[in-house]
Structure formats: structure tokens, C-alpha cells
Design a protein around this ligand. Structure first.
Ligand code: GLN
Length: 490
């Protein structure tokens, strides 16, 4: 049974259906692998007993001939940003110390209703602010990939962030799949750094209810998995309208896996000129060109497109996201949730609690956010950034007149060593240069592992589709995945 954690979600589902093994056996293999990989610091709260109970319940359903869900018996990890009933949920922050929600987020509820098994909560950047999983109160998660000059120097690599625990767990085969959230790139970038698939759906496709808020107009849940098909299967279960989230969209969830026909003949693939940025390493450019060639060879039509406001996306994001964060994080006051540091009076208690409870990056974002929202600066920064955001969305709208999907690199580099870029927030923010524009426009996007860097580390290719164009996105991503034939592993 030792190799059961090598199976994809689709393969494990078929094996369970055929009676080759039980959900309990599959879960126990994952739990043993988790025990052997604690050094990665991927799990913040493993839930082995709950996992075994859920697996036993799945096996019982199967034996009794009860209705089975599409993910019945599949063991998954959950980013610590999702509230899980009765299980510690802290957003990787000290300020939520000891917070055990009395309710379940809609996305995780949907997964359990689909029969999935919860292995535990996984690490992340504090409140999902980061690109390296180094801002967590639990310490950094380590990328299971060990290669290149950093590894030769004995240094561990970052898994990317903020969904770094999710990506590391899936890549290290200590979860079959994991939930993540993406505000500016936090599913796709760690997916690329860990050599797996990371998918951010259209804003509104998954309910945000029960997901601890970072920037509410950008946050979106999505899957991290080893294959495009697995991502499609997971999203299918996660997505859907939820009356408890007024921004979730009432549209039927299509059969995403069925959309992966393997046929992209005639599909128009846009290549945006503005993503050819100065300083992009030649190996990233070369992989992008390789991706273009793969899709053309599969019958796609390649179109040059322009997204003129691309260069303003990152600066505008770093106004909008902190503004919303400063407002969302105002609720952590030492009175209602988690940590409380007693002070001389109420104001002093607020101040001490927030000073001790929030890490440096979160405090930086709160300060930027309150600054850009303050009287006198609101028009100059926040309102301006909102206008830029509209222009970015308009750029994409224009592009959809001449193309069906857009192909770009996912990240400007492969995974870097823990410790690098830590003293320079701007260098860290630049990690999201290729992923942020789709977030600002609310569009679905996916990162597919497509090749290795000169250092032997995974690199991803990124595709963007129109709102609710997940089906064409999965179809194109499936073709890209087949062409790339990426089978390297940590
Ligand atoms: N790295 C970006 C940030 O720090 C994006 C994070 C995210 O998508 N949650 O804001």
C-alpha cells in the first residue's frame, strides 16, 4: 500500500471504485507520509482522527451502497485560511491563537459533502500576505524540491506563497490535493514553485463564506493538485452559488473534467506584448516560447495581443489589497477572537493585542491601507487605483474580442532560498507581476508545471480566460500539460 499516495485524485477515485483499496487504507498511507515529512512544516494542525473517521464513513457508504460523492474517500489538506468547524483556524497568525470556529466554510463544507477526507490544516503566509510562506506565525514551510545552487549551499527553498503549505503538501505527496486562496497569485505562484497545478477560478465562482478575509474584492478559493484533471475535479466540488456570499454567482457549475477534450484546434491563444518585461530571465522567455509552440502544434491559433495597462496592475494591487485588508483586519481587537493582551484601558488593550498579534508584513499592509484610505489621500491613491483596476479589466475585455485564452509565464523566477528577498518588500511583491492582472480583473487563471529551470527547479506556464471561461481554461491547460509531459518530482 506504500505507493497509494502517488496516485492522482482521478486514479485514487478509480481504485476506490474498483475496490483495489479502501478509503481508510488510502488515508492511513497519507497519515504515515505526513508523519515522515513533518520537517517541511506544511501542516499546522493535522487532524488524523478526523481523517480516519471520515475515511471509515466513506468506506461504510461504499459497502452499504449509499450515494457516493465525486470525491468520496479522497484525502485533502485545507489552507489555514478556511474556517473548519471544531478545528483550529488561524490564518497563520498569532492574533487568531486558539480560534476554533463553530462553523464550516462553504467551500470545505462542499468538499466534505462530496465525500472528501480532511487530513488537516496547512501553513500559509499570515493572512495570506506574502509570496514565500515566510510570514507565518508557525515559521516557514519548506519546498520539497531540493536542487540547484541554493540546495548545494545547504539552503532550503521557499514553496511560494501564500498557499505554500498547500503546494508543498501536494508536491510532497502528503495530500492528494489541497484548497488554496488567491488574492494576487497565491495559488498559482506556489503551484509553479512546487511543480504542481494551481488554479484560481473566476471571482464569485466559489463562495468566500467562512474564508478569513484578506482583500474581499480579490480573494478567491481554488484547488492545488498534481494534474489539471484533478484540479477540475476539485473545483467542480468546491464551486457553486452560496446565498451566504452575496458576491458568489448564481450560475450552474459545468462538468469541468468533461471539458478537457484534448482538442484545441482553432482556439485563439493571445500572447500579450506587455508581459515581455525587461529583466525577465532568458529561461522564462524560452519556456514561454516553448508553450506557444506546443499550443500552435496542437492546432491553436496564436495571436499577438496588447494589455496596455499591465504595468500599473502591481502598484494598483498594492493599494487596493492593503486598503481592503486594513478594513477587514480592524475586527481583531482582542475582544472577539483569539489573542488578548491586557492593557491599562480598552484602547491600550487594542494596541497591545494588535502590536503583538500581527507580524511585520501584516502591520505594513495595515499602515499602507489606512494611509491610502485616509482623508486627503483617498482620491489620490485609492480612487485612482480603482480607476486603474477598471482599465485593466477593460484591457482584458478588449482582448477577448480577438483571443479565447491568454498564455504567459507564471513567475519571473523559480523558487528562491528561504531568507532571500526578505528584507526587500518590493522584490517580494514583484513575484506576482504576471499573476496580479488577472486577479484585478477577477478572471480565472491556471498555472501548469511546464519545465525545469537551469537549476533543476520547476517553472510554470500561466493561462487566463474570460470570466466563467473555466471550461476553455481547463481544456487548454490539459493540452499544455500533455505537451509539456512534466514528470519531474521533488
Ligand atoms: N503575494 C501577494 C500578496 O502578498 C498575493 C497574496 C495572495 O494572493 N494572497 O499580497
Amino acid at each position: 500500500m506504500a505507493m497509494l499516495n502517488e496516485l492522482t485524485i482521478a486514479e485514487a477515485g478509480a481504485g476506490l471504485a474498483a475496490g483495489d483499496f479502501t478509503a481508510r487504507e488510502l488515508t492511513d498511507v497519507y497519515l504515515a507520509a505526513m508523519d515522515a515529512a513533518t520537517g517541511l512544516n506544511a501542516y499546522t494542525a493535522p487532524t488524523p482522527e478526523r481523517a480516519q473517521n471520515m475515511a471509515d464513513a466513506s468506506d461504510a457508504r461504499r459497502v452499504l451502497g449509499d450515494t457516493l460523492g465525486p470525491l468520496d474517500g479522497i484525502p485533502l489538506a485545507v489552507k489555514d485560511l478556511f474556517c473548519t468547524e471544531g478545528v483550529l483556524s488561524t490564518a497563520g497568525s498569532h492574533i487568531l491563537q486558539g480560534f476554533v470556529p463553530p462553523y464550516e466554510s462553504t467551500v470545505t463544507r462542499n468538499l466534505w459533502d462530496a465525500g472528501a477526507v480532511m487530513l488537516g490544516k496547512v501553513n500559509m503566509d499570515e493572512f495570506a500576505m506574502g509570496s514565500a510562506n515566510i510570514t507565518s506565525h508557525y515559521g516557514p514551510t519548506i519546498n520539497p524540491w531540493k536542487a540547484g545552487s541554493a540546495a548545494a549551499a545547504g539552503k532550503d527553498l521557499v514553496p511560494g506563497g501564500s498557499s505554500g503549505g498547500s503546494a508543498a503538501a501536494v508536491a510532497a505527496r502528503i495530500a492528494a490535493g489541497a484548497t488554496g486562496t488567491d488574492t494576487g497569485g497565491s495559488i498559482r505562484q506556489p503551484g509553479a514553485f512546487c511543480g504542481i497545478v494551481g488554479m484560481k477560478p473566476t471571482y464569485g465562482r466559489c463562495s468566500r463564506w467562512g474564508i478569513i478575509a484578506f482583500a474581499s474584492s480579490l480573494d478567491q478559493a481554488g484547488p492545488l493538485a498534481r494534474t489539471v484533471e484533478d484540479s477540475a475535479l476539485m473545483l467542480q466540488a468546491m464551486a457553486g452559488y452560496d446565498p451566504k456570499d452575496s458576491t458568489s454567482v448564481e450560475q450552474p457549475v459545468p462538468d469541468y473534467a468533461a471539458a478537457m477534450t484534448g482538442d484545441i484546434r482553432g482556439l485563439r491563444v493571445g500572447v500579450p506584448a506587455e508581459y515581455r518585461m525587461d529583466g525577465t530571465p532568458p529561461e522564462i522567455e524560452a519556456l514561454w516560447q516553448q508553450g506557444i509552440d506546443w499550443l500552435r502544434d496542437a492546432g491553436a491559433e496564436i495571436v499577438d495581443i496588447s494589455l496596455p495597462h499591465t504595468k500599473y496592475a502591481l502598484p494598483a494591487y498594492y493599494i487596493v489589497a492593503p486598503a481592503e485588508a486594513s478594513s477587514n483586519l480592524a475586527r481583531y481587537d482582542g475582544v472577539r477572537y483569539g489573542l488578548r493582551v491586557e492593557g491599562e484601558d480598552l484602547i491600550d488593550t487594542y494596541e497591545r493585542t494588535r502590536a503583538e498579534g500581527f507580524g511585520a508584513e501584516v502591520q505594513r499592509r495595515i499602515m499602507i491601507g489606512t494611509y491610502v484610505l485616509s482623508a486627503g489621500y483617498y482620491d489620490a491613491y485609492y480612487l485612482k487605483a480603482q480607476r486603474v483596476r477598471t482599465r485593466i479589466a477593460d484591457d482584458f475585455r478588449d482582448a477577448w474580442g480577438i483571443c479565447d485564452v491568454i498564455l504567459t509565464p507564471t513567475t519571473p523566477s523559480a523558487a528562491f532560498a528561504i531568507g532571500e528577498k526578505m528584507g526587500d518588500p518590493i522584490a517580494m511583491y514583484l513575484n506576482d507581476i504576471f499573476t496580479v492582472p488577472a486577479s484585478m480583473a477577477g478572471l480565472p487563471a491556471i498555472s501548469v508545471p511546464a519545465g525545469l529551470s537551469g537549476d533543476g527547479l520547476p517553472l510554470g506556464l500561466h493561462m487566463i480566460a474570460p470570466a466563467f471561461g473555466e471550461e476553455s481554461l481547463f481544456r487548454a491547460a490539459g493540452v499544455l500539460e500533455t505537451a509539456a509531459g512534466f514528470d519531474a518530482r521533488p
